[in-house]
Design a protein around this ligand. Structure first.
Ligand code: FES
Ligand SMILES: [Fe+2]
Length: 435
């Protein structure tokens, strides 16, 4: 008898979700397990509000954008009626991906396989040679799948597959106020996400971005080379040098807004004259000289203070990160694989030189600082593959009075090194997984 026939695959039972996060520690399987990942895509990316696009990415009627949402491709369209639609990018005939371009302008989408055609609000408007389907074939039964809810806050378009989610404003809570402050920094409140994205592939779990989002503990260590290089070349007081101390003695604070949303507010630690304290960027002198040639000194000073990042790290669970001048999203691919997409932003109401400087600034931190963070996330993922040690410690600040103190809106304000925001998003994560 052939012994190999005795070999059987014993399915590994999925982990008990209720024990993966215990308030002060989180289990490694939250970052490495395929069944947890599958559930996250269904219950989190398919179960709550997710960020889809900034309105400036599809300003005209019939503009569209394709975005990945928890393993699904979604076409976000701007209908002629002014409404946004979030359509599943999947032909209703035999499942072919319908739209293969990232962005464009189209009234209709026609499937490349057999020519079924859909209007950009999702209606099936054309089935070639329908005769053989018979007289009871109803084209309208083959409209594209669509997200159940779509809404906009401060120019940010969100959607949800879950028809029973809270209204968006309620879901965002106090985070909506800081999103408004971020938008209103722009003259006239007008912001543009520039068309071309910076795309990053990370060998790490998507939640590692969340563990880092409002973490003021790491900056002095992970970004040490950036801080010391800047101090050496340009003198103290520039760029991230405000992190170069005990993080909890700094004026900046973190907020846990509830429902997973976080805010690291660096503004209290930033000098009033932001431009004077900004690290030099390429082309600075020529662009500033051009501004002075054409505009008053007073206007130039006002605009240059808009160039450095907003000093606001606003993270809206589960996939939106507003960091300085950037709008970024995380796209989970697999337990140990994540893509990030980042858009630099400009202000339509300022001279082009100011926006050129903003773009140079948007490149500055992401090129010199973000690789440090990503290196830590990838090292974490490799560390978490070691099965013998099971837990990550996330208890910093837990149980101290400020950790428990919340204002009338349920917002905790805590020192920036505390892991309160991290415990906050894990609480929401666990609640959504158990839906
Ligand atoms: S699969 Fe789309 S038309 Fe056939
Ligand atoms: Fe960092």
């Amino acid at each position: 008898m052939n012994d190999r026939r005795k070999l059987v695959v014993t399915p590994v039972p999925p982990p008990d979700l209720s024990t993966l996060f215990e308030g002060r520690r989180v289990h490694r399987l939250a970052y490495t397990d395929h069944s947890v990942f599958r559930l996250e895509m269904d219950n989190i990316f398919g179960g709550t509000w997710v960020f889809l696009a900034h309105e400036s990415q599809l300003p005209e009627p019939n503009d569209y954008l394709t975005v990945p949402i928890g393993g699904r491709s979604v076409i976000v369209t701007h209908g002629v009626d002014g409404n946004y639609h979030a359509l599943l990018n999947r032909c209703m005939h035999r499942g072919v991906e319908l739209c293969t371009t990232t962005t464009g302008n189209a009234k209709r989408f026609t499937c490349a396989y057999h020519g079924w055609t859909y209007a950009n609000d999702g209606r099936c408007v054309g089935v070639p040679f329908p005769g053989p389907y018979g007289s009871d074939f109803r084209r309208e039964e083959f409209n594209l799948g669509a997200m159940a809810r779509i809404d906009v806050c401060e120019g940010l378009v969100f959607g949800s597959f879950n028809p029973d989610v809270l209204p968006l404003h309620e879901h965002l809570g106090a985070a909506a106020d800081v999103l408004r402050a971020w938008r209103m920094r722009a003259p006239g409140g007008r912001i543009e996400a520039r068309a071309n994205a910076r795309r990053i592939a990370i060998s790490g779990n998507w939640k590692l971005c969340w563990d880092n989002a409002a973490d003021g503990y790491h900056a002095a260590f992970v970004h040490e080379s950036l801080v010391s290089m800047t101090n050496e070349r340009h003198g103290d007081g520039k760029s991230l040098s405000h992190f170069d101390n005990d993080p909890d003695k700094l004026p900046m604070v973190s907020h846990d807004f509830g429902r997973g949303h976080q805010f690291l507010d660096q503004r209290p630690s930033i000098a009033d004259d932001r431009w004077a304290h900004a690290r030099p960027v390429p082309g600075r002198d020529e662009l500033v000289a051009a501004l002075h040639r054409d505009h008053s000194a007073e206007n130039v000073k006002r605009w240059l203070d808009l160039v450095p990042g907003a000093a606001m790290n606003i993270s809206i669970f589960p996939n939106l990160f507003i960091s300085g001048n950037l709008i970024a999203t995380c796209e989970p691919i697999a337990p140990g694989r994540t893509h990030m997409t980042e858009y630099a932003t400009t202000y339509p109401a300022v001279p082009d030189e100011v926006n050129q400087l903003r773009l140079r600034f948007a490149e500055d931190f992401v090129n010199f600082g973000e690789p440090d963070d990503i290196e830590m996330w990838e090292r974490t993922q490799r560390g978490l593959e070691i099965g013998e040690i099971e837990w990550l410690e996330v208890s910093r600040g837990a149980g101290l009075p400020a950790d428990q103190l919340r204002d009338g809106n349920g917002v905790a304000t805590i020192p920036i090194s505390w892991e309160t925001p991290l415990r906050g998003y894990l609480t929401e994560w666990q609640k959504l997984l158990a839906r």
